[in-house]
Design a protein around this ligand. Structure first.
Ligand code: 5AD
Ligand code: SF4
Length: 472
């Protein structure tokens, strides 16, 4: 079984490299004639997983011979979409309207759509009728086919739709185009099996599949050899990594192997599901010199009653005692979270429970969302949908609470020396640099851009709430 799959993966990778090379030759010929390279533009919506997928597709496009441009007036425009909340979908429809006008004045322009939103039948129907100028539609399971899809479109000039419900394929070793030379995302698993009752991800990203540990290690070794010092291990629920492998491996064991790779100095990961966060992981983190002192631990709600309806499989007390266990092991750890307000049936009492957890935990930062009804999920048919105004009012109350507790929590390292990975020249002041602490908080300080990509010691002089001002 494993062998069959490995073979299928390798065969597919070879096929795709074939399409990339054919297109490359074809584009090179056109370039000889016109003296102009074709341009591409990718617009990414949504999470880190999408951002990483976009890097892969960018790698394929560059290999074909496209050059990147930052405007949508390009020969190839790709929207990598998100559907986790309704407003993500609306933004895509809005942008598509404008893109249609641009395309009218740009002969030969190809418009492609991919990502989570495309995995929904109703969306694809709407695009076929309202945006017929779209050339290529594909989903989350077959991004590695990008070159093949472009080839098919060029040869037929029809709208190409290629959507898969699910897949076992994990196609390795295709080109990749990293945004930063010194840090990189690495997929360790795909899909999600949790079926939280509000969430559409398991329907659009399919069943949970883990990559082979050896493939992950090889990829990270190659990244390290290429100058990467920080890796972000990506999965919807990294704590259940490896459970479905032929030879099961735990996430903590994987981390121990990544720790041994020379050249890698920082290891991050996301997202952790509280129900699967093991004692073994806490122990490995505590003893590690490389794993960053940061955990993103989505709470979603502080009410045990709602957590049950959300199918989260932990209670308020479970969450609080998990936080205590983590803090006992690593007192300096930074905790961040996701919270949803206005889930169906949320009462004032449920909401107070959420506020209570926020106060008691003292998160370093929190992403807050108003519940958005996603067709096809169990929560969408729950009877007691919360009134929009009430949800907004609770959202604002939550924001206030979070601002207060986050300012205190994230300012606690002020007047200390910290290791900082320098990421870029400050966007407001070119004499300043911006870098990240191990706990993921940003710090701005005066310095020269030759330090970008290096880990330096910075004294944190002032806390500004969600970031620091420092001195080298
Ligand atoms: N409505 C609002 N927020 C949602 N999330 C996921 N689904 C929904 C939804 N239907 C939030 C969760 C998750 C984050 C990525 O998005 O908080 O952790
Ligand atoms: Fe969605 Fe829950 Fe899976 Fe996260 S764990 S992707 S919230 S179903």
């Amino acid at each position: 079984m494993i062998n069959e799959n490995t073979n299928a993966n390798e065969l597919e990778a070879a096929r795709q490299l074939g399409f990339i090379n054919e297109l490359r030759a074809r584009f090179e010929l056109e370039y000889q004639k016109t003296g102009r390279r074709k341009t591409y533009h990718i617009e990414t919506f949504g999470c880190q997983m999408n951002a990483h997928d976009s890097e892969k597709m960018s790698g394929i496009l560059k290999q074909i011979g496209y050059v990147e441009t930052d405007t949508e007036d390009a020969d190839f425009v790709l929207y990598n979409t998100c559907t986790v909340r309704e407003n993500a979908n609306n933004r895509v429809y809005g942008r598509l309207g404008t893109l249609g006008t641009i395309k009218k004045n740009h002969p030969g322009m190809i418009v492609a759509l991919c990502g989570c939103m495309m995995q929904e039948e109703a969306v694809v129907e709407k695009i076929k009728t309202s945006f017929p100028f779209v050339d290529i539609i594909f989903g989350t399971h077959n991004i590695f086919k990008l070159a093949e899809l472009i080839q098919t479109h060029l040869d037929s000039d029809r709208m190409i739709i290629d959507l898969w419900k699910d897949t076992d394929l994990i196609v390795e070793n295709l080109p990749n185009d990293r945004k930063y030379p010194f840090k990189a995302g690495v997929n360790i698993m795909f899909g999600c099996n949790n079926f939280c009752s509000y969430c559409i991800v398991p329907y659009v990203r399919g069943r949970e599949r883990s990559r082979n540990p050896q493939d992950i290690i090889n990829e990270i070794k190659a990244l390290a050899a290429d100058g990467v010092i920080e890796v972000m291990l990506l999965g919807q629920n990294v704590n259940s990594y490896g459970k479905t492998l032929e030879k099961p491996v735990s996430f903590a064991q994987l981390l121990e192997q990544v720790e041994k790779i020379d050249g890698i100095e920082r290891i991050r990961f996301m997202t952790s599901h509280p129900k699967d966060l093991s004692d073994e992981l806490i122990e490995v983190m505590k003893n590690s010199k490389k794993i960053c002192r940061h955990l993103h631990l989505p709470l979603q709600s502080g009410s045990s009653r709602l957590l049950k309806l959300m199918n989260r499989r932990y209670t308020k007390e479970d969450y609080l005692s998990l936080v205590e266990k983590i803090r006992n092991a690593m007192p300096d750890i930074s905790l961040t979270t996701d919270i949803i307000v206005g889930f169906p049936g949320e009462t004032e009492e449920d909401f107070e429970d959420t506020l209570d957890v926020v106060r008691r935990v003292g998160f370093d930062s929190a992403f807050t969302f108003i519940y958005s009804k996603r067709a096809g999920t169990p929560a969408a048919t729950m009877k007691e949908q919360v009134d929009e105004e009430l949800a907004k009012e609770r959202f604002n109350r939550l924001l206030k609470e979070i601002q207060q507790s986050c300012t205190i929590a994230s300012g606690r390292h002020v007047h200390s020396w910290q290791k900082v990975l320098v990421e870029e020249v400050n966007r407001q002041d070119p004499d300043y640099l911006t870098g990240r602490l191990s706990n993921n908080i940003l710090v701005h300080f005066a310095g020269d851009k030759s330090l970008i990509g290096k880990i330096v010691d910075v004294y944190l002089e002032e806390s500004k709430g969600f970031y620091y001002m420092g001195r080298l």
